[in-house]
Design a protein around this ligand. Structure first.
Ligand code: UD1
Ligand code: UDP
Length: 384
């Protein structure tokens, strides 16, 4: 029996973190020949994930440029994929989520008439400029893909509402698979700033903020709110691993640089990040991944955005939309710092996004699609 040749195409940090468990699972099964094509949309932040999970790239398009534009990411990926697809001739291409790599990778596959499997399918805000350009990226990939791997029931309902073609599977999110290996109670940080922190005597807030739709005024508001918060609460320490985007770094260092108890550090590897969150009091973020990871760790999350495509944990009461206005962010954060009951209500571990077996379900679904398994995998059911 000839194995199914599956090419995973990814290029940014979150895609790599969430594809890593799946790639490792595919590698472990004889029905598959797994190959990886990196676009290199990110560099340092991508390489760090490849190292942690000991993944090897078969192809690397190396497209990253400083202050790259959406057009440059998309066109450089499309052109780079041409010779790769001609040479590798995969049976299936897997893309993840909603980045420009995701969209261009799926489009390149379509131009070569290669079927596409979309991992983390069906997330929607229904606002094409928020998140920008991610909402449109994932919507367009939905039209291209043959196989849709939806983390939650809500994600699958979104696709059914759109009347999409193709097979839909309810799998859970692979990020929860990744967390099975990264989070450890006896973990020792390698980053000095984290090792020196007093996680028991101080209240540590993990902060991240990088989204393109927050560039400019919204991001300045976030930084100003954090500055006021730290000035008003002496037992608070903020750890902010600052994204390598120059736009983000100018804003973060411009407003928060040099403040006592605000630790602006370089991006940390995913093991450091998960264990940092696990020891924090609160997470404030505009990241998608953190909204899934922190609830699993029992950490309240304030989302620094106007909307979210991840309503499951909001419904469960562990994530709140704080928005991008200074006053609202401060109000939410101060409530969690001063009202014990409000904090306890949010600080519960919930797992609406996965059970640690998403990769297995996705691999089973692919095997079923190619006729190597008699039955579709059973749906993931969330336990809260
Ligand atoms: C991208 C994704 C976004 C995802 C985010 C995760 C798009 C359009 N956006 O946004 O959905 O949430 O990744 O982090 O696909 N840079 C480096 N080194 C790195 C990574 C980035 O120097 O390892 C700098 C470069 O100057 C680059 C800039 O960051 O031009 C922005 O990177 P880019 O991938 O365009 O956007 P992100 O904001 O990272
Ligand atoms: N992350 C990390 N190091 C950092 C910041 C984030 O490893 O310094 C991880 C985080 O735990 C999550 C993923 O990166 O798994 C989220 O990526 P990001 O916020 O860049 O993208 P998004 O999820 O918003 O698309």
């Amino acid at each position: 029996m000839k194995p199914i040749k599956v090419m995973s195409v990814f290029g940014t940090r979150p895609e790599a973190i969430k594809m890593a468990p799946l790639v490792m699972h595919l590698q472990s099964r004889p029905e598959f020949q797994s190959i990886c094509c990196l676009t290199g949309q990110h560099r340092e932040m991508l390489d760090s994930v490849m190292q942690i999970f000991r993944l090897k790239a078969d192809y690397d398009l190396q497209i990253m440029q400083t202050r790259q534009t959406l057009s440059s990411i998309t066109s450089r990926t499309l052109l780079g994929m041409e010779s790769v697809l001609e040479e590798a001739k995969p049976d299936l291409i897997l893309v993840h989520g909603d980045t420009s790599t995701t969209f261009a990778g799926a489009l390149a596959a379509f131009y070569h008439k290669i079927p596409v499997g979309h991992v983390e399918a069906g997330l929607r805000t229904w606002d094409k400029y928020s998140p920008y350009p991610e909402e449109m990226n994932r919507t367009l990939v939905g039209d291209i893909a043959e196989l849709h791997f939806c983390p939650t029931q809500n994600n699958r309902d979104n696709l059914l509402r759109e009347g999409l073609r193709g097979e839909m599977f309810l799998t859970g999110n692979t990020v929860i698979d990744a967390m099975q290996t990264t989070v450890r109670p006896d973990y020792v940080f390698q980053t000095k700033a984290l090792n020196d922190l007093d996680f028991t005597g101080r209240r540590v807030i993990t902060l991240t903020c990088h989204r393109r739709e927050n560039y400019g005024k919204p991001m300045e508001n976030v930084m100003q709110a954090v500055k006021t918060l730290v000035e008003r609460h002496e037992d608070v320490e903020v750890v902010y691993p600052v994204h390598l985007s120059p736009v983000v770094r100018e804003c973060a260092f411009g407003i928060l640089g040099g403040l006592p108890r605000v630790h602006l550090i370089d991006p940390i590897d995913v093991e450091e990040m998960h264990n940092l969150m696990a020891r924090s009091y609160l997470v404030m973020t505009d990241s998608g991944g953190l909204q899934e990871e922190a609830p699993a760790l029992g950490k309240p999350v304030l989302v620094l955005r106007r909307e979210t495509e991840r309503p499951e944990a909001v419904r469960a009461g562990t994530v709140r939309l704080a928005g991008v206005e200074q006053e609202a962010i401060l109000r939410h954060a101060e409530e969690l710092l001063t009202d014990r009951e409000a904090y306890q209500q949010m600080a519960r571990a919930v797992n609406p996004y996965g059970d640690g077996h998403a990769s297995e379900r996705i691999a089973d679904a692919i095997a079923w699609h190619f006729g190597l398994r008699p039955e579709r995998p059973a749906d993931f059911t969330a336990s809260e």
